[in-house]
Design a protein around this ligand. Structure first.
Ligand code: CXF
Ligand code: ZN
Length: 369
């Protein structure tokens, strides 16, 4: 089928809106007419060549829309169903079977390599194969091919533009605190970075009933939003040269939990100095290649601390996304305060607006009229 797609051609350069040919769905594939797709920082990391993802490529991994056609073996959804599309997992390995699909043994092959696991690319432009299958979708396009493992049927009341970012950024932040760290009521947490993932972590911490929720974020508007969403303290790093001192002025023994969404080595290092004894530090921000583990192993040992990476908030999307939708419905996850929509063709302006901090979560909407 002929599609319109935002094609990444050159690292660091704008996306270009082009036409391309999308394969017909194979037996296990689900063609989704994309209505909305969020822009996640990982899309830009892949566009800019920091992930081994060959260009030209169609990225996009927070799609939502309507099922348009399904392969012969698909039973989970049918044409006409409203769906959100998330990361893909195999459903059969030990990790998937224990409810941990974000650590699927086939995670790289199913999400990050730019092609189906058999090496085929689903998108072409003339004789040129275009990297696709990003997170089992490549949804910066009018239509995308997904799979039973990475589609979730949506209830009618959630708009596509709010459902789309649940597929990565929101579940990463909220799940990071609610599932991976499982921060208990009354605990203290430091969240570095107040973008979509960091603010989702704030909402997750508020849902958990954390007693002290400290956000470190340079943009004043995001600090204000963090406080509105449940943060108890918001620190401007420009005004606080010593982050650990600022945090310890609030929680003298350090925080029980820390959650980094920035991936910046100096912030990761400073966060180590904010941890209480037995503190747990979860990292979701993507660091520059080659960044060593933060902190001093002697201190980690002395104080029994934990540092861990978290993928997709440890979410099992079939279980956790419906939970998040219930929290949204009850007013505990006010996604509308984060999301700003742009027309699909405005993708580059949208990316620039997000980069400058003018908005928190950019979601592109597609008009199929
Ligand atoms: C990312 C998280 C860090 C490794 C690459 C994939 N996931 C979502 O955006
Ligand atoms: Zn993402």
């Amino acid at each position: 089928m002929r599609i319109k797609a935002a094609v990444a051609r050159t690292p660091g350069a704008d996306f270009s809106i082009e036409t391309a040919e999308l394969d017909e769905p194979r037996g296990d594939e689900i063609r989704v007419r994309i209505a909305a797709v969020g822009v996640c920082h990982t899309d830009l990391v892949a566009r800019d060549g920091a992930m081994p993802f060959s260009l030209p490529a169609v990225l996009g991994h927070e799609g939502a829309g309507v099922v348009d056609a399904v392969g012969a073996s698909v039973t989970k959804v049918k044409p006409g169903d409203r769906v959100a599309v998330t990361f893909r997992s195999c459903g059969a390995c030990e990790r998937c079977l224990r409810g941990d699909p974000a650590y699927c043994f086939s995670m790289p092959a199913l999400n990050y390599i730019g092609m189906r696991p058999d090496g085929s690319k689903a998108i072409r432009q003339g004789e040129t194969a275009v990297s696709s299958n990003f997170f089992g979708q490549s949804s910066f396009a009018t239509y995308a091919l997904a799979y039973e493992r990475n589609v979730l049927k949506l209830p009618d009341d959630i708009p596509f533009e709010l459902a789309a970012p649940l597929g990565c950024g929101i579940q990463t932040g909220a799940g990071g605190v609610m599932l991976a760290l499982a921060a208990p009521p009354g605990s203290s947490i430091l969240i570095t970075g107040g973008g979509a993932v960091g603010l989702s972590a704030v909402m997750g911490a508020a849902i958990q009933g954390c007693g002290t929720i400290i956000v470190v974020e340079p943009h004043a508007s995001r600090r204000a939003l963090a406080l509105e969403l449940g943060a108890t303290h918001a620190i401007d790093p420009a005004a606080q040269a010593d982050m650990a001192a600022a945090v310890r002025a609030i929680v003298a023994h350090g925080v029980d939990y820390a959650f980094d969404t920035t991936g910046r080595p100096e912030i990761l290092a400073a966060t180590m100095g904010c941890l209480a004894p037995k503190g747990v530090f979860g990292i979701v921000g993507i660091p520059p290649a080659g960044t060593p583990m933060p902190g001093d192993l002697g201190a980690v040992l002395t104080f029994g601390q934990t540092v861990r990476g978290i993928i997709e908030g440890d979410s099992d999307p079939d279980v956790f996304l419906p939970e998040l939708i219930s929290h949204w419905r009850a007013g505990r996850l006010p996604l509308e305060k984060l999301v700003k929509t742009f027309a699909f063709d405005e993708i580059n302006a949208a990316v620039a607006a997000q980069h400058h901090g003018d908005c928190v979560k950019v979601v592109l909407t597609l008009d199929h009229g």
